[in-house]
Design a protein around this ligand. Structure first.
Ligand code: PGA
Length: 232
């Protein structure tokens, strides 16, 4: 896994944004996947700024949703697709037929990805327990998109978004580790001292389903972009 270590969070976001810009300039109709969480927020700002300054054109790109809570009523404010629209896709004026979520279920999203010709670039955040999207510890490296039960740890870490743990849905829908492994380019984006330990395990520990992020070490196309704070 090739590593790019950046001085601080702002340079990390700028560098990952450059990867997105390069991807789109070589293939304007790229199929892109973005993570949810706090880590990508600065990246989203750079992408929106890039579009505003016409440095990049997102109009032909397709966006596949990485993960979502299961069984949410339509318009539920906890929806991750809704969050991604609000933080990134609406400011980029992405049309709804270029946004591919889990509305039709987990098998349908695999079919959509195949029909679009596969994922060109998947950007992922690193969960405190090594999860990638909702691929919790124990997820098979060749898993497809599927419904999963969130671990107590993930429920706890998501509680800050929703006010309390009991508001966090217990099940999620996620692209699988196998779905991610088929992407042509994969970027793991990591920031901050809270990730030092899990990032060190991911890079230097055992490659094991107990740490889903370690699966990325098996992928020749995966890159790590991290800030110095996340590297011990
Ligand atoms: P974070 O979340 O970017 O808010 O740290 C990462 C994750 O849990 O996948």
């Amino acid at each position: 896994m090739k590593q790019f270590i950046l001085e601080d969070y702002q340079s990390l976001c700028a560098s990952v944004a450059d990867q997105v810009f390069m991807q789109l300039s070589s293939k304007p109709d790229s199929v892109l996947v973005f993570p949810t969480g706090n880590t990508p927020l600065g990246l989203f700002e750079k992408l929106i700024e890039g579009a505003r300054l016409t440095k990049v054109d997102f109009s032909k790109a397709h966006f596949v949703v990485l993960d979502e809570y299961a069984d949410l009523p339509l318009g539920d404010p906890r929806s991750l697709t809704g969050w991604l629209k609000q933080e990134l896709l609406d400011p980029l004026s992405v049309s709804s037929d270029h946004i591919h979520g889990f509305e039709q279920g987990v098998e349908a999203i695999e079919r959509v990805i195949a029909k679009l010709g596969g994922i060109d670039l998947a950007i992922l955040g690193l969960g405190p327990n090594g999860h990638l999207a909702f691929n919790e510890p124990g997820s098979a490296f060749d898993s497809n998109a599927r419904r999963i039960t969130l671990t107590p740890e993930s429920i706890k870490s998501n509680a800050s978004y929703w006010g309390s743990e009991d508001k966090v849905p217990r099940e999620g829908l996620t692209l699988g580790l196998g779905t991610i492994a088929k992407a042509r380019n994969v970027i793991l984006m990591v920031s901050g001292a809270a990730k030092i330990s899990i990032l060190a395990q991911t890079l230097h520990g055992k490659v094991t389903p107990a740490n889903p992020a370690s699966s990325l070490r098996m992928l020749p196309q995966s890159l790590l972009f991290a800030d110095k704070a996340a590297i011990s």
